[in-house]
Design a protein around this ligand. Sequence first.
Ligand code: PEP
Ligand code: MN
Length: 279
Amino acid sequence: MSLIAEKTTPFKLCGRENNQEKTVIEFGKTSIGGNELAIMAGPCAVESEAQLLEIAGYLKKTGVSILRGGAYKPRTSPYSFQGLEREGLQLLNRIRKATGLLVVTEVLDQHTISEVAENCDILQVGSRNMQNYSLLRELGRLKKPVLLKRGMSATIEEWLMAAEYIMSGGNNEVILCERGIRTFETYTRNTLDLSAVPLLKELSHLPVIVDPSHATGKYSLVPAMCKAAIMAGADGLIVEVHPCPSEALSDGAQSLLPCKFSNLVRELRDVAALAGKTI
Ligand code: PEP
Ligand code: MN
């Protein structure tokens, strides 16, 4: 290999070298990667129609346009709640149609891609699947945005190469999501690598969002990390919200009550303005 070839970026498609213009993903009235700060919020897992309706109502009142919720849950233990699966997807789609909210939900494997894609606006690839190359390749054939979470022990380069797998199939709509990485620290669930945000902005033209819920594992830390993420240059946030966190079937400890979330978004408007973004 020549010296010149070695110096060329490995990020042929997601790198800045060959594409200086930032990627903005448009959804009618909302966009991700532009001047607007994209906020996605909702429960870790879809549990019932009542739960989703309550949260959707709060999102609408708060001016948040993207609902999150897992129908297929990649749980560390096979004995934990695995999600409502197809029924959960149908609930998400019903709420999406009734409220006009956009929906982001996780896809766990190749076999369920079309079923998940039919019922949502953005497909999430979870941390545990960031290097599932056959899944990434299939998502590359899709015409729907993919939210690609950072693997819990992935380097920035491994993460961007995972984005290349999707983009090399023809799907350029990839959103990178920093959700914390494994370190020696045990007081937080993961360690939020905020320096990844401005670094990714240097290396790539893709939108970058931050998930302070999985990064910290503690609801009390979420507001401060949301503010820090915005000031670090994030294009958006994905936050877990539950009507009754103590009864949540997954990730209750890191979920905000809807009223706390609404107050937080009010505070974030000022922070976003400082960072040159609108909510
Ligand atoms: C989630 O978003 O609920 C989730 C499982 O996240 P992660 O893949 O980052 O652990
Ligand atoms: Mn979760």
